[in-house]
Design a protein. Structure first.
Length: 259
């Protein structure tokens, strides 16, 4: 991959400067002629359509509706990323069993897509045990999706230590939706510190569509202007959220297709 996890290096094909800033300011409605978001990205690498394991889909019916909706948006591959954190005591073994069972349901429904199983790991007090017991459920090879708590705030040195441990174990951390972490944006050097510590960043597409509110959208556009996002995920939790993606157009290039 072109992006180093140790330095701010970005894909050479990504536009920058005033024209890119204008595009970002006009997102998500930059071009009505743009392909659908799924056609642009091809791979959705963050979603909660696996039924009955977290706060996402609660039934096979909901899971199938979400998958069909993502397929209609043009995605060719979907990666399930159920939560692994104190609130949801999931394990890779258990999630694989749920995934295998649901894949039979999907095949019976006649849905022809590529699917994968990863997880969204909360960097909480239980994460170290998951890291030591391993292997972690990854997006591809050694790319592991992680998130931060909105309630238990960690200072930057503690986060950097955890991220170093993740990399020492052979993984590349992908930070889910950094635009949602308002506390860390109060001192932007913390966000810079996460990038310097080796994090790849994943944008929540709904953040651009206004689902999380104007402030989150503003933060997302700031990180887009910095060209700090490597990936975009839907973070889809319910079928109703599919409506937020219908008019969404992305003006930058991302690395989803590599997953």
């Amino acid at each position: 991959m072109k992006n180093s996890i140790y330095a701010h290096q970005y894909p050479t094909q990504t536009a920058s400067g005033p024209s890119q800033l204008l595009k970002n300011l006009l997102l998500p409605f930059f071009s009505s002629n743009s392909p659908q978001i799924g056609q642009q990205l091809q791979v959705d690498m963050h979603a909660h359509w696996l039924p009955g394991v977290d706060d996402g889909a609660q039934s096979d019916r909901e899971g199938l509706e979400m998958i069909r909706g993502l397929a209609a948006l043009g995605y060719r591959k979907l990666i399930a990323t159920p939560h692994i954190k104190t609130q949801y005591e999931n394990t890779p073994k258990m999630l694989k069993e749920f995934f295998d069972r649901f894949m039979k349901v999907v095949r019976k429904a006649g849905i022809d897509m590529e699917f994968g199983l990863a997880a969204e790991y909360m960097l909480d007090e239980g994460f170290e045990a998951h890291l030591k017991s391993g292997p972690l459920l990854t997006l591809k090879e050694n790319y592991v999706l992680v998130e931060l708590s909105h309630h238990n705030i960690q200072i930057l040195p503690a986060l950097q230590k955890t991220l170093f441990q993740i990399q020492l174990a052979g993984y590349k951390p992908v930070m889910a939706h950094p635009e949602r972490y308002g506390y860390y944006f109060e001192n932007f050097k913390t966000i810079e510190g996460l990038k310097d510590a080796g994090c790849l960043f994943q944008l929540n597409a709904m953040s651009l569509a206004g689902y999380e509110g104007k402030e989150v959208t503003k933060r997302a556009r700031k990180l887009l202007d910095q060209e700090w996002y490597e990936f975009v995920g839907t973070d889809l939790h319910t079928p109703r959220q599919l409506n937020y993606f219908n008019k969404l157009a992305l003006s930058q290039k991302f690395q989803n297709r590599d997953l």
